[in-house]
Write a protein that binds this ligand. Structure first.
Ligand code: FAD
Length: 182
C-alpha cells in the first residue's frame, strides 16, 4: 500500500518519543502506541496528586485493549512462531509470500511509530528480504535457520532501541521451536 492508504499512516506529525502518550492518525491518543502505565497517568491527570498518583494501576487488565507492550509481546510470539514453522528449505513461492507478509505487516502494524521504524529497518541493505533461488545461494528467506535468525536480529534491534538486553540469537530455536535443552 502507498503510505497514504496505509492503516498505520499518521495524518499528524510523528510525536513519539517526545511525550509518554503517542498520538494516532486522528490526532487522538493511540492506545496501541502507548504503555498502559503512561496511559493510566494520562487518565489520572487532575484526579490524583502527590503520593496518590503512585497508586495508579500499572498492570494492564486482561480484558482491556492492548497497550504497546501487550501488543508487542503477542506480535513477537506470532512472528517468531511463524519463523519456527517456516520450511527448512523454502521454495521461491514460499519466500515471495513471506516477503509480502512482512512488508504488509510493517505497513498495517497498529502502533504506527513502531511500524515506521520497522519499515526503515527493512530498507537497510543488510536487513532486506530477497527471494534467492536455491542454486544461487542462500538469503534471509531461504529457510527456517536464516529466517529465524533474521527475526531474532529484528527483535533485538527493537530491544536495543528500548534500552533492553539483547537476546542470544543462537538460542532462538530453543525459545520458539524446540523448547529449552535440559
Ligand atoms: P518482548 O520484547 O515482547 O519479547 C517477548 C519474548 O520474546 C521475551 O520474553 C523473550 O523470551 C523473547 N525475546 C526477546 N528478544 C528476542 C529476540 N531478539 N529473539 C527471539 N526472542 C526474543 N515498543 C515500543 O515501545 N516502541 C517501539 O518502537 C516498538 N516497536 C516494535 C516493533 C515491532 C515490529 C514489534 C512486534 C513490537 C514493537 N514494540 C515496540 C514492542 C516491544 O518490542 C515489546 O514487545 C514490548 O516492549 C514488550 O516487551 P517485553 O519485554 O515484554 O518482551
Amino acid at each position: 500500500l502507498p503510505p497514504s492508504e496505509s492503516a498505520a499512516a499518521p495524518e499528524t506529525k510523528k510525536s513519539f518519543p517526545k511525550g509518554p502518550v503517542v498520538l494516532g492518525k486522528d490526532g487522538k491518543p493511540c492506545r496501541s502506541c502507548t504503555s498502559f502505565r503512561d496511559w493510566s497517568k494520562k487518565n489520572a491527570k487532575g484526579k490524583f496528586s502527590g503520593s496518590a498518583a503512585a497508586t495508579i494501576a500499572t498492570t494492564l487488565p486482561s480484558d482491556c485493549p492492548p497497550d504497546v507492550e501487550a501488543l508487542g509481546r503477542s506480535t513477537w510470539t506470532l512472528l517468531h512462531t511463524i519463523a519456527a514453522t517456516y520450511p527448512s528449505s523454502a521454495t521461491p513461492t514460499q519466500q515471495t509470500e513471506m516477503k509480502k507478509f512482512i512488508t504488509l505487516f510493517s505497513r498495517v502494524y497498529p502502533c504506527w511509530v513502531c511500524a515506521e521504524d520497522f519499515q526503515e529497518y527493512l530498507k537497510e541493505p543488510e536487513n532486506k528480504l530477497k527471494v534467492v533461488e536455491e542454486e544461487k545461494g542462500r538469503g534471509h528467506l531461504s529457510g527456517r535457520s536464516e529466517f529465524g535468525l533474521w527475526m531474532c536480529k529484528a527483535h533485538n534491534n527493537v530491544n536495543v532501541k528500548l534500552g533492553k538486553k539483547e537476546f542470544d540469537c543462537s538460542k532462538w530455536e530453543e525459545r520458539w521451536r524446540t523448547g529449552w535443552k535440559d
